[in-house]
Design a protein around this ligand. Structure first.
Ligand SMILES: NC(=O)c1ccc[n+]([C@@H]2O[C@H](COP(=O)([O-])OP(=O)(O)OC[C@H]3O[C@@H](n4cnc5c(N)ncnc54)[C@H](OP(=O)(O)O)[C@@H]3O)[C@@H](O)[C@H]2O)c1
Length: 259
């Protein structure tokens, strides 16, 4: 089976490509650096020739409202058009749990446009909505930092390891199209403020986390269950503390701390 992973050099894409290759699949890791560009269309026809499955794990280089909308709209239309022409039988895209609840954000408005284009296309599909990756804990803190403080709302949060996201997408690649949306999340629920506090303490980051019900998450007003999946969601196995101790062994503390 030939599988094309668009965004195959990214955080999730590179892990997915490795897993698929370990199973002996023929995989194309497609990205601008390998001459495949979902915005311009460059290299897409060739990459998708003879492919059974296409996985879209791209992300926009800019998260500015207009730029991110242009990215996901153009990229998704191009991918679906070239995939239809190549006879691809399964389009898989990675999205985010709660996308339709966070439309205050331009990023999530763009992800919803991506999802809706996929649902409206003729290609059998699976949309995988994942919760936030553990790997983004620092970025979440950075976004809400003022001076030495990080204001965080104490809402429920169920993040997961990027490795488990790739594992879940891998299983979807190997199965039939769902023609719907699958939710995946981490094995444990936390309070967002508590998780960020634990992350900063473990990485010896001096910033203080202030719990504030009115604080925003990436600039969005969030409520108790907005970031967590429904009860039926598939769960990753990796616990936060295990991921954190592994990450600390692999990366010097300085790279986990703010610049
Ligand atoms: N962050 C979270 O917590 C979270 C949670 C749930 C879902 N997601 C979703 O997961 C997806 C993947 O995220 P990620 O963190 O793995 O992304 P990432 O590490 O930023 O990787 C993005 C990938 O997209 C590629 N790309 C960028 N522009 C492209 C273009 N014009 N044509 C083809 N490829 C292009 C990049 O290629 P180059 O390396 O060549 O630039 C790279 O391979 C995103 O759609 C995101 O919305 C994220």
């Amino acid at each position: 089976m030939k599988i094309v992973v668009i965004g195959g050099t990214g955080l999730i894409g590179s892990k997915l490509v490795q897993k698929l290759r370990e199973q002996g699949q023929e995989v194309v890791a497609a990205s601008p650096s390998s001459g495949v560009n979902s915005i311009t269309g460059e290299g897409l026809a060739n990459a998708l020739k003879g492919a059974s499955v296409a996985v879209d794990v791209t992300n926009s280089p800019s998260w500015e409202d207009a730029a991110v909308m242009k990215f996901f709209d153009t990229s998704t239309r191009n991918l679906l058009g070239y995939e239809a022409a190549a006879g691809v039988g399964h389009h898989i895209a990675l999205s985010v749990v709660g996308t339709d609840r966070m439309l205050e954000s331009g990023f999530f408005r763009a992800k919803l446009v991506q999802e809706n284009l996929i649902k409206a296309s003729s290609i059998p599909y699976s949309i995988v909505r994942a919760t936030q990756f553990f790997e983004f804990a620092k970025s979440i803190a950075d976004f809400s930092t003022e001076g030495n403080t990080v204001r965080m709302p104490p809402v429920l949060f169920q993040p997961m390891a990027a490795e488990d996201v790739a594992g879940a997408v891998d299983r979807i690649v190997m199965g039939p199209p769902v023609n719907g949306t699958v939710e995946i999340g981490g094995p444990e629920q936390f309070r967002l403020d508590e998780l960020i506090r634990r992350y900063l303490a473990a990485t010896e980051d001096p910033r203080q986390v202030i719990s504030d019900p009115h604080a925003r998450y990436y600039g969005i007003a969030v409520s108790e269950r907005m970031l967590v999946p429904d009860d039926g969601a598939r769960r990753g196995e990796t616990r936060f503390e295990d991921w954190l101790s592994q990450a600390m062994k692999q990366a010097p503390k300085a790279t986990l701390q703010p610049k």
